[in-house]
Design a protein around this ligand. Sequence first.
Ligand code: NAI
Length: 308
Amino acid sequence: RRFSTSAMRAEAIKCVTVIGGGQMGAGIAQVAATTGHQVVIVDQSEDILNKSKASIHKSLQRVAKKKFADDAKAGEAFISEAIDRVSIQTDATNAVGNADLVVEAIVENLEVKRQLFTILDKAAPQHTIFASNTSSLPIKDIAESTQRMDRFGGLHFFNPVPVMKLLEVVRIPQTSDETFNKLLAFGKNLQKTTVNCKDTPGFIVNRLLVPYMVEAVRLLERGDASTRDIDTAMKLGAGYPMGPFELCDYVGLDTMKFILDVEWLTLRPTMQAAGVSITEVVHHLYNTALTKMKRFMPNIIFLDSLDQ
Ligand code: NAI
């Protein structure tokens, strides 16, 4: 039996505030509640929050149906205990007063996330750990809006949160060992399998998955194969449970676009280091496109380059 002092127990993450009650936030709140944590969900309106709670209720019913197939009473108790642990709030500053951990799952926009954390940093107790569920933004850029970079990290969940077993736990250079260990312990308490990763674009999964999905779009754009055939090929030929287009739809095309925009931005420092400017790349792409267009549309007069 492992020794644990009351001080260590007192430090464990018990109260979790989830900011953003959308697809991911509702899932994170649900899993935290079913594993015994007190949860507050914050979103922009009561209306959104009620929808969020309703979606948790629905999802819990699905879980209970499977988990307590032969014991409806136990299933109902499981649902009501979890629901009772979840409260809702529209005021983020009020919602973090008791939090051991804040998990942010709002819109994928750096400025909006930074504004939120600047406010939370002033309102939350000293010991509160902050984590972002961002898919594509550097954790460092978000953490810099606070005075607690040692108590900041990434908790990257996968959709749907109650089903997907993986949690990427991300550290920036400033993340303290204590914070990182607490985040790992929290992940284990949620019954997720955790993997450790540095603050690198796309972390592990998206770094490999996004280029694959983009390549599928290029294959389609060139007219090499249809969406249906590309999906079928990857399911039956590579054993993937979903094809790349089904996966794009599942993640959401808006989220995909955000991720790609950020990937383009992260390319910028590399190009600058190589002495190539964005303008040069755009000119190059434009001129290449122009050459092709001229070949196909010889009767149209084109300006010869962007400079003219
Ligand atoms: P979503 O659009 O379903 O939910 C976002 C929620 O945040 C909305 O309910 C919105 O009203 C709320 N919100 C926006 N600004 C807010 C603010 N300032 N204060 C409080 N609430 C605010 O988005 P989703 O898919 O849940 O994504 C949330 C985050 O999770 C993003 O950072 C995304 O990159 C990340 N993520 C998404 C995954 C996915 O598969 N959809 C997977 C892993 C991470």
